[in-house]
Design a protein around this ligand. Structure first.
Ligand code: SAM
Length: 256
């Protein structure tokens, strides 16, 4: 079912934004907003996270308030359900938050009293925004490329003894590639939890993004899916639902 995306400009501090009035359906990585500040208009693509994170409140207003993103809540709750079913509590979790952005997922995890949560992202603007917008939610934050992890980070990560990997709204569309996801997966202890979501179209057999292949390799002998859920991640600028699938399971062993 479609929703009506409010047409009015949103005012945040000294900024206003609105979505373009276009009839063409834009793909998720083509969507953009028009930002007005000091009388100037700027076009910002939704995937230009560095520019979005620079402006306090813009990410939350666009994706969470206007476009009703609910993924951090859905994925964290799906994880919690399985953790509890296994007779554990969220307080037992030492979490690696991959593609952490400005801390929306960590905020939910901290509300559940996880033991630690370490953020990682590929862009420094994300760490800056997390520190500015949600100070204190992370026990550490690293700018990391999991396809080529430096030795000092590898050593730090080993000390955290991660028993959970979570990645929300960060797979696909030129964000985290399958190889980086596998690199982060290998940082988690065997038997640990892995929770993530992905646009449903990347899981179709005719998709060539590599995620469908990576997931079927993982589930062969490296990852046991305990639960999954198909749901509306958010709406696009035309008010149409974007369907994602969330997975929660346990890691069996490293994939090399
Ligand atoms: C849509 S945001 C999601 C942020 C947060 N997880 C949330 O749910 O609000 C996607 C994030 O993935 C990050 N990202 C993109 N490519 C990445 C990569 N290769 N490794 C780590 N993070 C990456 C982006 O910088 C951005 O912060």
């Amino acid at each position: 079912m479609k929703i009506l995306v409010p047409p009015v400009s949103q005012e945040i501090e000294n900024f206003k934004f609105h979505f373009p009035k276009i009839s063409d359906n834009l793909e998720q990585d083509e969507e953009y907003l028009l930002l007005e500040r000091a009388g100037e208009k700027e076009k910002i693509l939704f995937h230009e996270y560095d520019r979005i994170f620079e402006i306090p409140g813009l990410y939350e207003k666009v994706f969470y308030e206007q476009l009703k993103c609910q993924s951090p809540k859905v994925v964290v709750e799906l994880l919690e359900k399985q953790v509890n079913t296994a007779g554990q509590t969220m307080e037992d979790l030492r979490v690696l938050d991959l593609g952490a952005g400005n801390g929306m997922v960590a905020e939910k995890l901290v509300q559940k009293n996880v033991e630690i949560v370490i953020g990682t992202d590929i862009i420094p603007e994300a760490e800056k925004a997390a520190t500015r917008d949600r100070p204190g939610v992370y026990d550490g934050y690293y700018i990391s490329d999991f396809t080529d992890l430096p030795e000092d980070q590898e050593q730090d990560f080993a000390q955290f003894r991660f028993n959970t990997l979570i990645t929300v709204a960060a797979l696909g569309f030129g964000d985290i590639p399958p190889e980086a996801f596998v690199g982060a997966f290998n940082q988690v202890e065997d038997g640990g939890w892995v929770a993530f979501n992905i646009r449903d179209k990347f899981l179709k057999s005719n998709d060539d993004s590599g995620y469908q292949e990576a997931l079927s390799t993982l589930t062969e002998e490296f990852f046991e899916v305990k639960d999954s859920k198909t749901y509306v991640h958010r709406y696009n600028i035309h008010g149409e639902p974007l369907t994602y699938k969330a997975f929660v399971g346990t890691k069996l062993k490293d994939l090399n």
